[in-house]
Ligand binder design. Structure first.
Ligand code: ZN
Length: 186
């Protein structure tokens, strides 16, 4: 736990947003401490849950690598300037972030191939772990499967229930349409 930092939102609110970075290479290989550091940073720099979601959305639209804590901080600043009022609907099930999470079984298929996600359950509104998730965790443990093979995780899809989520989806479509260019070299 970290006690020295003033958090704008809770780590529980920041964690689902950080988990969206799992579409980027190497996220699943991050040490737990490194993930916690990202959660902690986002919790400290985001004004609210919707802002946290937008910080990550904007990162994902532009970047193909994981952010450092310093980059998250910078993105928070940019996002705040770009979205003074924002049109996000904080009462939506996506919390205004434009993405809705659900529980998935993630199967790692090596660094060259994308992680495979299989839907397990919706996220319970009261924050409890759904029985399907508990059951899958038990199975993985019983079989001795490590996090580097398969893990139960929260992943997110664009929210289609609010205008903000729909706008994000549209922006992504347009961006993809505009740049069929080959992958940028690092
Ligand atoms: Zn929504």
């Amino acid at each position: 736990m970290y006690y020295g930092v003033l958090h704008m939102i809770s780590q529980q609110q920041a964690a689902p947003a950080i988990l969206r970075l799992s579409v980027l290479p190497f996220f699943n290989a991050l040490m737990t401490e490194a993930r916690e550091e990202l959660v902690n940073t986002l919790a400290a720099v985001a004004d609210d849950q919707g802002h946290a979601g937008r910080i990550i959305s904007e990162w994902l639209l532009e970047q193909s690598e994981l952010p450092t804590p310093a980059q998250l901080r910078e993105m928070a600043k940019q996002s705040r300037l770009a979205n003074p009022g924002a049109n996000a609907d904080d009462s939506c099930r996506c919390g205004g972030g434009g993405f809705a999470g659900a529980w998935y079984l993630a199967t790692l298929q090596g660094q060259k191939r994308p992680v495979k996600y299989e839907f397990l359950a919706e996220i319970s509104p009261n924050g409890t772990t759904p029985p399907e998730v508990q059951e899958m965790n038990d199975i993985l443990k019983r079989k001795g499967i490590t996090d580097f093979e398969q893990q139960v995780t929260i992943a997110t899809r664009r929210c289609t229930a609010c205008a903000y989520g729909q706008r994000l989806a549209l922006a992504k479509q347009m961006a993809e349409h505009e740049q069929p260019e080959p992958k940028r070299r690092r």
